[in-house]
Design a protein around this ligand. Structure first.
Ligand code: GLN
Length: 476
């Protein structure tokens, strides 16, 4: 990762607490960088007033000798599917344009309670459906490594914002790869926690059985620092789990003696040779550092994409039914009847990809097709989970590429949904199994970033962060 204007997050907030840096200046620095790099289309909207007010109160509290939180004054950017109190939350869809959040996500609440300051909302594929930000109803974000290419998605705006140095960290969501794949495409660290480790309360729902909050940062250390603040149970989200009692910071980098499985199904046909080369040399570097790296096969893994594109649209069709033109934002004004209002609001408010998923989802759940598609997909999902569990009896971590290719060109896959879905072939498996996984910059192919995918057993987020730190040191 290139040099940054931001100190590591722990140091940055320590300097604010010590009165050596002012929160107000950090907020201006973030806003200035966002303005200067507008042409990348990473940001949907800044929230300057709210950010300045919060910064002023943090600076005043420090001046008065009051205690402030451990993220005091640290600016951050949230994907525009997180509700931030008083700010517009669009999920990059015309359906929610003009919707002002009446409350906010638990994770935003937790970050703000520790003094972090949200300065902007980042672009995404509308409702987080996509792998390129081309499904945003507003604009496509450009990849900082090559502006003719996509930054990945759906958290492409958040990932690009971090690489563009707009803030020390950004939040994303990962349902089937939306944090890891953009991190791989732009060259930053993208962390997807164990399912349930962070609350989804106050986040626009995509597919509730795999949706998680993730972080986009420059380093694994920064990710750990943020995760330590946002992890843990939340009464507002019944799927949440307890945080690790050991916490997520102060994790030692650990490689020697680790048993690592290189996933065979992720290294075969369809993987760009340049990507495979980067991953193989990462495996060699781990071996040289004392890890035991061997190939492992998970035979059902190639089925995970088919399973995902049945289970996820099914959940999407259910979650999106609340956008009916009667609540939230967009409502078709000229309808004569309620039925017409539903039809016209949904017909005009949703983009093509949301409609595609609603139709597929409704179809696979409908009586007569439920057994053939939805139930079968859930059966294969269980088989896949069992194969991961078996593999983790032998290995501490599983590795491979994050995506089969580097960042593709804007427009290259936009008219072919199946081709676009193939970008998710490696990320959806860990999502279906609820496993923690990370993308760490591992090198480049033709000057484009390539991320290494590291997957760990459920609830071993702490160990995964230690592994990621060691990987980062070896691959830097
Ligand atoms: N690209 C995947 C999809 O389109 C993942 C999206 C996500 O994780 N939000 O479903």
């Amino acid at each position: 990762m290139q040099a940054s204007q931001w100190l590591p997050i722990a140091e940055l907030s320590a300097k604010v607490r010590a009165g050596e840096l002012r929160a107000a200046d950090l907020v201006e620095q973030a806003l200035k960088t966002i303005e200067a790099k507008k042409e990348y289309n990473a940001i949907i909207a800044t929230i300057p007033e709210r950010a300045r007010t919060r910064a002023a109160s943090i600076d005043a509290a420090i001046k008065n000798g009051e205690t402030v939180g451990r993220l005091a004054g640290v600016p951050f950017i949230a994907k525009d599917n997180f509700l931030v109190f008083g700010a517009e939350t669009t999920a990059a869809s015309n359906m929610l344009k003009g919707f002002t959040a009446p409350y906010q996500s638990t994770v935003i609440e937790k970050l703000e309670a520790e003094g972090a300051i949200c300065v902007a909302k980042a672009n995404l594929d509308a409702f987080a459906h996509g792998a390129s930000t081309e499904n945003s109803d507003f604009f496509t974000t450009k990849n900082p490594a090559d502006v003719a290419r996509v930054p990945g998605g759906s958290s492409g705006g958040s990932a690009a914002a971090v690489v563009l140095d707009m803030a020390p960290f950004a939040l994303g969501t990962d349902t089937g790869g939306s944090v890891r794949q953009p991190a791989s495409f732009v060259g930053c660290v993208g962390y997807k926690p164990t399912y349930g480790l962070m609350s989804r309360s106050g986040i626009v729902a995509m597919a509730s059985s795999t949706d998680v909050v993730g972080t986009l940062t420059r380093t694994a250390d920064d990710a750990a620092y943020v995760i330590d603040v946002i992890a843990g149970r939340d009464p507002l989200d019944g799927t949440t789990i307890e945080r690790d009692p050991a916490g997520y910071t102060d994790v030692p980098a650990a490689m020697k003696g680790k048993k690592i499985g290189l996933i065979k199904e992720w290294m075969g046909e369809g993987v760009a040779p340049g990507v495979a080369t980067v991953i193989r040399s990462a495996a060699d570097a781990f071996r040289a550092a004392g890890a035991d790296v061997r190939e492992v096969s998970l035979p059902s893994l190639p089925l995970s994409l088919a399973v995902y594109y049945i289970v996820v649209p099914a959940e999407v069709s259910s979650n999106l039914s609340r956008h009916d033109g009667q609540r939230f934002a967009f409502s078709y004004a000229d309808a004569a009847t309620l039925d017409e209002s539903y039809t016209q609001s949904r017909g005009n408010g949703f983009g093509a990809e949301a409609k595609r998923r609603i139709m597929i989802g409704t179809y696979v759940l409908s009586s007569g097709y439920y057994d053939a598609y939805y139930r079968k997909a859930q059966t294969v999902r269980t088989k896949l989970i069992n194969e991961f569990n078996e593999a983790f009896k032998q290995f501490d971590f599983l590795i491979g590429p994050v995506a089969p290719t580097t960042a593709f060109k804007i427009g290259e896959n936009a008219s072919d949904p199946l081709q676009m879905y193939l970008a998710d072939v490696m990320t959806v498996g860990p999502s279906l199994a609820g496993l923690p996984a990370i993308s760490v910059p591992a090198g480049t192919s033709d000057n484009l970033p390539v991320g290494l995918h590291i997957v760990a057993p459920q609830r071993s987020d702490r160990a995964l962060l230690g592994m990621a730190k060691a990987a980062e040191e070896l691959l830097a």
